[in-house]
Design a protein around this ligand. Structure first.
Ligand SMILES: Nc1ncnc2c1ncn2[C@@H]1O[C@H](COP(=O)(O)OP(=O)(O)O)[C@@H](O)[C@H]1O
Ligand SMILES: C[C@@](O)(CCOP(=O)(O)O)CC(=O)O
Ligand SMILES: [Mg+2]
Length: 334
């Protein structure tokens, strides 16, 4: 039997980092996907083929406590830890051991770019392997297992990324609970700096600043939470579309400033943010952990101008759409 599953990337519209401290946040799934194929093999081992990780042709196998490198690349085991933890959690749930499984991954999502590649790879792996092992899990349950994977690998995770990747659409999320917000096509442009940031390290960096200066950092996080509540109110309001987007844009700019205050922006990210605003975007901010990676801009009727401005500023623009669908089982072959 062979199963192919896919899960989407996401944008954090508002509230990254503060969401780790229990404040609310809003995220949307987007139409870039990670595909995971799972099938049984006769070797009795778990074999992971990660085609997009920067160590080309890397194949790592492990069974029980042993890891087999079929090509020997330095950080391979660490890089594959989301996939490995995802497989192990499902095997625990299914209470099966012994049968070899091969997992093969291809992805459209840039890695370490704030678009939730870690959550998408965890969710798609859990989706494919659980189906292979005959477990009937809902997408919501798979999102919760994806959260456990992020917690195991990163040490800290709010769970918003695996949740939105599993269920799709636009969600408001707070302390493990989510609410779907009405679906709307947002005129967004994503700008990729070309460099990456590690979520684990950036979340730890914010934690250190918080512990050192709680009296300064706590009000910043609280303000971010208020920005999110204002954005939710705006999305749910009866305001006319143009006014709604203008308000959201202003809130994005405030949110970006607060993220900059936390120290997670970079020169390049801020250059792309200002280039987008100058080209007519209503708002622009980081998405995800920062330290490199991506920003996004809200640019009704100005998407191509903003994309050009991002290119001139040295970034790579991506005009993406919100994805209604989360985790998807693409095919099951006998
Ligand atoms: N296609 C993939 N195959 C295997 N692992 C992946 C893949 N995409 C992402 N990952 C894992 O996710 C990590 C990046 O996660 P993270 O630092 O949270 O950044 P982001 O989620 O913003 O991309 C990678 O280092 C790798 O461990
Ligand atoms: C910084 C954070 O809020 C989002 C991280 O997103 P990403 O891994 O950079 O795509 C962390 C979290 O919510 O767990
Ligand atoms: Mg991540």
């Amino acid at each position: 039997m062979r199963v192919l599953a896919s899960a989407p990337a996401k944008i954090i519209l508002f509230g990254e980092h503060s969401v780790v401290y229990g404040k609310p946040a809003i995220a949307a799934a987007i139409n870039l996907r990670t595909y995971v194929r799972a099938e049984f093999n006769d070797s009795g081992r778990i074999k992971i083929e990660a085609h997009d990780i920067k160590t080309p042709g890397l194949i790592v196998s492990f069974s029980e406590n042993e890891i087999y490198f079929e090509s020997d690349y330095g950080k391979a085991a660490e890089v594959l830890s989301y996939v490995r933890q995802a497989i192990e959690l499902v095997r625990e749930e299914a209470d099966v051991n012994g049968r070899g499984i091969t997992v093969s991954i291809t992805s459209q999502i840039p890695v370490g770019a704030g678009l939730g590649s870690s959550a998408a790879v965890a969710v798609a792996t859990i989706g494919a392997v659980s189906k292979l092992l005959g477990l009937e899990l809902t997408n919501e349950e798979i999102g919760k297992l994806g959260h456990r994977v992020e917690l195991l690998v990163q040490g800290a995770s709010s769970g918003i990324d695996p949740t939105v990747s599993a269920i799709g659409g636009i969600i408001h999320y707070e302390k493990g609970k989510f609410e779907h917000l009405p679906f709307m096509e947002l005129p967004i442009v994503v700008g990729y700096t070309g460099s990456s940031g590690s979520t684990k390290e950036l979340v730890a960096m914010v934690r250190r600043t918080y512990e050192e200066m709680p009296e300064i950092v706590e009000p910043i996080l609280a303000s971010m939470g208020k920005v999110v509540e204002k954005a939710r109110e705006t999305l749910l309001s009866e305001l006319e579309e143009g006014q709604k987007l203008a308000r959201l844009g202003r809130l994005m700019n405030i949110n970006h400033g607060l993220l900059d205050a936390l120290g997670v922006s970079t020169k390049k990210l801020s250059e792309l943010v200002y280039a987008a605003r100058t080209a007519g975007a209503l708002g622009a901010k980081i998405t995800g952990a920062g330290g490199g990676g991506c920003m996004y801009a809200l640019a009704p009727e100005r998407q191509s101008e903003v994309a050009t401005a991002i290119t001139i500023a040295g970034g790579t623009p991506m005009i993406t759409e919100i994805s209604r669908e989360g985790l998807r089982i693409e095919e099951v072959l006998p």
